[in-house]
Design a protein around this ligand. Structure first.
Ligand code: CO
Length: 197
């Protein structure tokens, strides 16, 4: 296990390495950002957006929360969306869920409590609506299916979001993607794609 001091030391090494190859690296980035992608992913430590997409500094605008939710009544999600779409004018929004998602498993097994359970309510609702179909599956199949349905549900939320609808109405190029990260292979899979109303 790393100590927090090691994180600070690693940071110093990281700065040194960047400055060695490009003395203006940090100064240049301080001038602004123009990311093309908004990533809405899970907070899970095993799904680091930049690492698994080979993205560098300034390439992804990132919002992560438990079980990659895009709740349209959440000011955190909405302010990220508004800034990404209206100001940064990202070209793509990627909702990325992942297998073995603790949030989805907590909803599936009904082990979430308190504020986390409240946050996961949309997954509980999907589970409730599709109970008969889920009942025919094994535990693992249920989890994997809920992970997928959750990604698709969040993409559907985004499609209905006024921030995105207005962008489409004014002809702004903006696509929404639903991706699945397979934790056991490291591979990203595209589940769905939308680029207009
Ligand atoms: Co997760």
């Amino acid at each position: 296990m790393k100590s927090y001091e090691e994180l600070l030391l690693e940071n110093r090494a990281w700065v040194k390495q960047h400055l060695y190859f490009d003395p203006n690296f940090f100064k240049r980035h301080a001038e602004g950002q123009e990311p093309r992608f908004l990533w809405i992913g899970c907070s899970d430590s095993r799904v680091p957006a930049e690492h698994l997409t080979g993205s560098g500094y300034g390439e992804l605008f990132v919002h992560r929360n438990i079980a990659n939710q895009a709740h349209l009544d959440d000011n955190n999600v909405l302010s990220v969306l508004a800034y990404a779409v209206d100001v940064l004018k990202v070209h793509h929004i990627i909702v990325c869920g992942h297998e073995h998602c603790g949030g989805v498993i907590a909803a599936q097994t009904d082990t979430a409590t308190g504020i986390v359970k409240e946050w996961l309510k949309p997954i509980y609702e999907i589970k409730g609506k599709q109970a008969s179909q889920l009942a025919t599956m094994s535990q693992v199949e249920q989890q994997n299916t809920l992970v997928r349905w959750n990604i698709e549900a969040q993409v559907d939320n985004l499609k209905q979001c006024p921030i995105i609808q207005k962008a489409w109405e004014r002809g702004q190029g903006l696509a929404i993607h639903g991706w699945l990260y397979e934790l056991e292979t490291g591979l990203l899979k595209s589940l769905c794609y939308h680029d207009h109303i």
